[in-house]
Ligand binder design. Structure first.
Ligand code: ATP
Ligand code: MG
Length: 589
């Protein structure tokens, strides 16, 4: 394919767009790949579309490679299937809803589990038809609370979503592994650095689930890796290993003490060390049990208070908490709400009043570290007083545990004895998970098994963010002068610059470009004449970021052209004679 800069629908900008927060967004707009149409909604220009199509092509090849078949659903969908699975309500503000002229409810699809399930139900009825994997590459709509970073979190975006259908768990596992392997190949071909991490299943329900995260500082996901074993997980999915139950036979009885002016953990620890010094070591924040109150906002609008108990040296991590509770949203409890529960004494809240069987009736969930037999200092539910030697399981019994405490570098690995965790940030590029029978049950997708018995189908669901990949790859590869695409996804294989005014330069460049396109290479040809100086052309070539920049300039008089590697900046000269073969060899590696 040939794109000519003289006619290409593009305007490169020297200035950064004012609304762009991350480098990839700035450069994709400046280099003329995308334009903003509305918040989180983008128009694709020819250069952007060229990259998008290449990514789609790679994904399509690998999906077809595992025997998945492509279909396409509409984006405009009826309410009923989403009502049947409960997601019409669960999605809350996060989906675009609309009505037709007859006042019937529709939505713009945020993801298509329901539709795929119904399609298979429509067409298949026997175990002999399975396993089956279907996919689409299609536009999704989500009214994200915080669209950001250009293509990285849009409100309209392209996703490849696929779904597997099996009669039993072993079949689902095989389909899952096939998809996972295809994703490994896709992300290797897309050419970026990624990690595969354990994930929570979130709103989808189901069990086994992993995410493919592009390593990036600007990423919204934090994941941890073990320094010792191969454990890696999104922090949302980290499950703290609870300590073994501690014997508490010789623990003294709990006793409330005056601790005036100690509403914060820090002031409490200082007071304890002054008034009740320990023989073995000083008191630390981790010896205290902190109780945090939040309000859960259920999808149907009801609000429920929740108390979370955790060691005083930890904070509640909102994302982790919401990850456990999805689709419920979480807000801190404000003063007005707190005032509704007179038994809650701010700064001195203890388990004495918490729990479904206690004074407030507020559900009380604790961090797994608050295990049976552990001993704590915590609020006495009176201003200026704390309880010491309060033993979990003896003096109070929470309603359950929850993974809400923040995960830190240096925390023990939940999977091995020797390792500790270290964290990094990433962008979620893909997600594979075993849905199980949730959707098939809700929508009654059953097939006859070998014995003629009706069995519910088990499903997997697998997504790749296609437009997000354009942003993430850009982010992963750019440098201070512009975009810098990996070869497999670049808008063109070669950016040929005719640098000079002489006719001989253009004649040589025209001939070279004809040879290159004839050899099947994609070329972006800067054939602009007139006032466009070589300097401007080079700047544009660097900004646009094709992997190889070929300059046809004064050297043509001696039969030579210059080739520059966009990434390394390395230059080499080639003779015009044989240049097509030499350049094809560079492109094809
Ligand atoms: P996130 O946690 O980033 O919101 P998600 O878990 O909601 O993503 P999935 O429902 O698993 O996303 O969707 C599959 C893939 O679609 C994601 O892995 C991601 O690459 C992409 N994706 C999801 N939301 C967006 C968005 N708002 N903009 C662009 N791509 C998205
Ligand atoms: Mg996900």
């Amino acid at each position: 394919m040939l794109m000519r800069m003289s006619t290409l629908f593009v305007r490169t900008l020297r200035e950064d767009p004012s609304d762009a927060e991350v480098p990839s967004h700035r450069l994709l707009v400046r280099a003329g790949y995308i334009r903003r149409a509305a918040p989180g909604i983008y128009t694709w220009l020819p250069l952007g579309l060229a990259v998008l199509r290449k990514i789609e092509g790679i994904i399509r090849e690998e999906m077809n490679g595992i025997g998945a078949q492509e279909v396409t659903f509409p984006a405009l969908l009826p309410r009923e299937p989403y009502e049947a699975t409960g997601r019409w309500a669960e999605y809350g503000d996060n989906i675009f809803r609309l009505k037709d002229r007859k006042d019937a409810d529709y939505l713009l699809g945020p993801t298509h589990e329901e539709m795929f399930t119904l399609l298979v139900k429509d067409m298949y009825s026997s175990y002999k038809d399975l396993p089956l994997s279907l996919y689409q590459i299609q536009t999704k709509y989500r009214d994200e609370a915080r669209p950001r970073a250009g293509l990285l979190r849009g409100r309209e975006f392209t996703m490849k979503d696929s779904y597997s259908f099996d009669v039993n768990d072993a079949g689902l596992d095989a389909s899952y592994q096939k998809h996972r392997a295809a994703y490994v190949r896709i992300f290797a071909r897309l050419g970026f650095d990624y990690a595969i991490v354990k994930a929570t299943a979130g709103a989808m329900g189901g069990s086994k689930s992993e995410e493919f995260l592009a390593k990036a500082e600007v990423g919204e996901d934090t994941y941890v890796r073990c320094t010792h074993c191969d454990y890696a997980a999104n922090v949302e999915a980290v499950e703290v290993r609870p300590p073994a139950p501690v014997a508490y036979d010789d623990a003294p009885a709990a006793h409330a003490e005056d601790t005036p002016g100690t509403p914060t953990i820090e002031s409490l620890v200082d007071y304890l060390n002054a008034a009740f010094p320990r023989a073995d070591r000083p008191w630390a924040a981790g010896d205290t049990l902190k109780n945090v109150l939040v309000v859960l906002k259920h999808p149907d609008g009801t609000r429920e208070p929740l108390a979370i108990g955790l060691p005083g040296d930890r904070e509640v991590d909102q994302k982790r908490l919401e990850g456990q509770l999805e689709p419920i949203e979480v807000e801190p409890m404000d003063e007005a709400e707190l005032a509704k529960h007179p038994a809650l004494v701010k700064g001195y809240i203890g388990p004495g009043v918490l729990g479904e069987d206690n004074k407030t009736g507020i559900r009380y969930l604790v961090d797994p570290r608050v295990a049976e037999g552990t001993r704590w200092v915590t609020g006495a539910d009176e201003s200026g007083r704390h309880v010491l030697d309060l033993v979990a399981g003896r003096d109070f019994t929470p309603d359950g545990t929850i993974e809400a405490a923040d995960v830190r570098d240096g925390d023990h690995c939940p999977h091995c004895a020797d390792g500790t965790l270290e964290s990094a940030r990433g962008i979620e590029m893909g997600h594979v998970f075993q849905l199980g029978r949730k959707y098939a049950e809700a929508l009654d997708l059953k097939v006859l098994d070998e014995n003629g018995k009706l069995v519910t189908v088990t499903m997997g669901s697998y997504g790749v963010g296609v437009t997000r990949a354009v942003g993430a790859i850009a982010e992963n590869s750019l440098d201070e002068i512009g975009l810098c695409w990996p070869r497999n996804v670049a808008p063109a294989d070669l950016h040929v610059v005719a640098a000079g005014k002489e006719e001989a330069v253009f004649a040589a460049a025209d001939a070279l470009v004809a040879g290159l396109t004839g050899a099947g290479l994609d070329v972006l040809y800067d054939d602009r004449t007139g006032k466009v100086s070589p300097g401007v052309k080079f700047k544009d070539a660097e900004l646009i970021g094709c992997p190889t920049i070929v300059t046809v300039g004064r050297g043509v008089a001696d039969g030579v052209i210059e080739v520059k590697d966009r990434r390394t900046g390395e230059r080499q000269e080639l003779t015009l004679d044989g240049a097509v073969d030499a350049l094809a060899a560079i492109v094809r590696g």
